[in-house]
Design a protein around this ligand. Structure first.
Ligand code: E4P
Length: 212
């Protein structure tokens, strides 16, 4: 399992990187637009911060444009590249074309059948938007559960995105997601519990350690 930070803000990526357990960075056009730098400069910076996978979402909507943009992203980012490609007819065609050379993640999946097509096209990841699916379809966890079932005998793994709370993150994993991408605040929240600090404070009051 990998946990990614969903951001294109350099300082957020740096903070997540310091924690030592965040495996990579996912971005999308909305997130890249919030950066102070151009998308290309931002991606090059992000690649230096966490040496794991760096996801770039294609903005072209036709097959030729997607292939050209995917290759350009790979030139820019190198071996860390994962191309996020939308679940559309040209998108799946681009995944089939690019996935033998560059890892691809099909994004904006809202049905298990789109996960099946992702696997057939050769995608490494199928991305489910959990909170959006709950808001728009009624049950994001059911979507993840169905995707996990239809992907069982394939090599395509579920990366769950659009997660707004630690509870949603845990329920998503229990539904069968392999990986999570989380915004910084949720990333921090999954590591914390108020009783942990309370317990640590109690021990600290009771005794001394070997260096203090
Ligand atoms: C995934 O690629 C997206 O960055 C993100 O998780 C979507 O979250 P949202 O539904 O909050 O926009």
């Amino acid at each position: 399992m990998a946990i990614y930070v969903d951001t294109a803000i350099i300082t957020e990526a740096q903070l997540a990187s310091q924690w030592g357990w965040v495996g990579g960075i996912t971005t999308n056009p909305t997130l890249l637009a919030k950066s102070n730098f151009s998308p290309a400069v931002t991606l090059q910076e992000l690649a230096q911060i966490i040496p794991g996978e760096l996801y770039y979402q294609l903005t072209a909507s036709d097959f030729d444009g997607m292939v050209a943009e995917g290759k350009a992203a790979f030139e820019l980012i190198g071996q860390q590249t994962v191309l996020k490609i939308p679940a559309t007819i040209p998108g799946f065609q681009a995944v089939a074309h690019l996935s033998p050379e560059i890892p691809c993640a099909v994004t904006a999946i809202y049905s298990p059948s789109q996960a099946v097509v992702s696997a057939e096209a050769g995608a490494k990841y199928a991305i489910a938007y959990v909170n959006r699916a709950t808001r728009l379809l009624g049950d994001g966890f059911a979507l993840v559960r169905d995707m996990a079932n239809v992907l069982k005998k394939t090599n395509t793994e579920i990366l769950a995105a659009s997660i707004k709370s630690p509870e949603e993150a845990v329920q998503t994993l229990l539904a069968g997601a392999h990986h999570l991408t989380l915004p910084l605040d949720v990333l921090q929240a999954i590591a914390l519990h108020e009783l942990s600090q309370q317990t640590v404070d109690e021990f600290a009051k009771n005794g001394r350690g070997i260096v203090s």
